[in-house]
Design a protein around this ligand. Structure first.
Ligand SMILES: Nc1ncnc2c1ncn2[C@@H]1O[C@H](COP(=O)(O)OP(=O)(O)O)[C@@H](O)[C@H]1O
Ligand SMILES: [Mg+2]
Length: 384
């Protein structure tokens, strides 16, 4: 802060006396001009605070270090916030006090040359008062805003976790009956002549069953109720990707999608192979779903590279840009733009990737969308 002005004892006493005699004049004038709403819950306190402030000037003249300034500004700031007075009005009211004090000094019988000295002292006081008042006011406001946003965040994640729990218990309830339905359907299928019309229904039934099972395992992943064995081991991520591309090959052909892959050698990582399959599958599924809506080129590019300590898996598909607002929340559960989408695919990916000490990012341009994942190489498994 700037250098304070000094006064001798005699001047100090003279100025203190001036404030004593003019106390009521200053206060009345200030109350006349100041904006206090009739509904202000601290109406009476505003009058008290005004009086305290004037007395505080004399305290300050005797002891410029007085902690009472901070005590008073703390109280005033708290009340003004509770009264919902904005910071502009708050500052204006303090400055009006400053002008009234100047005016009173100007009209007094203090000689001109001394007036200037006194004015500088009074100015110092108001600067300090303003500094503390504004600091208190903005600190309080900040902490209120922080509390509110924490509250909103907690509500949001509470809801998400309740939603997740409901989804998980449903998924759990569905899994067992589904398994037995699947078993019995297989038995009926074996009893059915292979060349009849009915035989073709089984293809559809089995595909739908698989899709249901896949959705259920996504829900279970999300709720951390493991659907799949959790044993960690070293495995070839290269093989996982090759197998998944081969598995989806019929779909690529159906949708006229070209695959361009750059996955040479054998890159191994440490973790749960089944879970990594799920990640690759979810991202390829999204790519296929996006491309099936695209009129332009239909290309998926998969590349797996390393830098000696990390693996980089990048899956890119041509197609239109994902809007910014969606990009922000794309890894959150239940975010979907698809009519029958669950919005779980990418949130499951994120969960699995992070469990494997990896990172997942999305990058979307007018021409293409990429999902980039980084994992530690198997050799670096000590950190897993
Ligand atoms: N490759 C992609 N291209 C364009 N949009 C995508 C792509 N991948 C994901 N999205 C968008 O992200 C949303 C969330 O994906 P996801 O979590 O897998 O849920 P779902 O596929 O069930 O909608 C999708 O609905 C889609 O809008
Ligand atoms: Mg999906």
């Amino acid at each position: 802060m700037k250098v304070r002005h000094e006064m001798n004892e005699e001047d100090t006493q003279q100025l203190i006396k001036l404030f004593h005699t003019q106390h009521n004049t200053i206060l009345d004038e200030w109350l006349n001009v100041v904006a206090i709403s009739e509904n202000d819950p601290f109406y009476e306190e505003v009058i008290n605070n005004g009086g305290h402030t004037i007395r505080l000037i004399t305290t300050y003249l005797k002891d410029p270090e007085t902690p009472m300034i901070q005590n008073l500004t703390k109280k005033v700031a708290r009340e003004r916030i509770e009264a919902q007075v904005d910071i502009g009005e708050f500052i204006t009211n303090i400055n009006m006090g400053r002008s009234i004090v100047y005016r009173v000094l100007n009209k007094s019988d203090v000689p001109q040359d001394k007036q200037l000295k006194f004015l500088l002292m009074i100015n110092d006081f108001f600067d300090l008062y303003m500094y503390h008042a504004v600091t208190e006011y903005s600190n309080l406001k900040d902490s209120i805003i922080q509390k509110k946003s924490r509250f909103i965040q907690e509500m949001h994640s509470d809801r998400l976790s309740i939603l997740g729990q409901i989804a998980a218990s449903f998924a759990h309830e569905f899994r067992n009956p589904l398994t037995s339905i699947k078993g019995f359907i297989q038995l009926i299928e074996m009893e059915t002549p292979k060349d009849g019309e009915v035989a073709s229904y089984f293809k559809i039934i089995n595909r739908e069953m698989e899709s249901l099972q896949e959705k259920i395992s996504q829900f279970l992943y999300l709720s951390k109720m493991k659907g799949i064995d959790d044993e960690s081991e070293s495995f070839s991520l290269t093989e996982v990707i090759r197998n998944m591309l081969a598995f989806l090959y019929p779909r690529f052909v159906d949708e006229h999608i070209t695959i361009d892959s750059d996955i040479n050698g054998q890159l191994t990582m440490f973790g749960v192979e089944e879970q990594l399959k799920q990640v690759v599958l979810n991202i390829l599924n999204n790519a296929v779903e996006e491309l099936s809506e695209t009129d332009g080129d239909r290309v998926i590019h998969v590349s797996l590279t390393n830098n000696g300590s990390e693996l980089f898996l990048k899956i890119t598909n041509s197609g239109s840009k994902i809007p910014e607002h969606l990009l922000e929340d794309i890894f959150e559960p239940f975010i979907s733009t698809k009519q029958l989408g669950t919005g779980l695919g990418l949130s499951v990916c994120k969960q699995i990737v992070e469990k494997h000490r990896g990172m997942i990012q999305v990058d979307s341009t007018e021409k293409e969308t990429s999902f980039l994942m980084t994992f530690p190489l198997a050799e670096a498994k000590g950190i897993y």
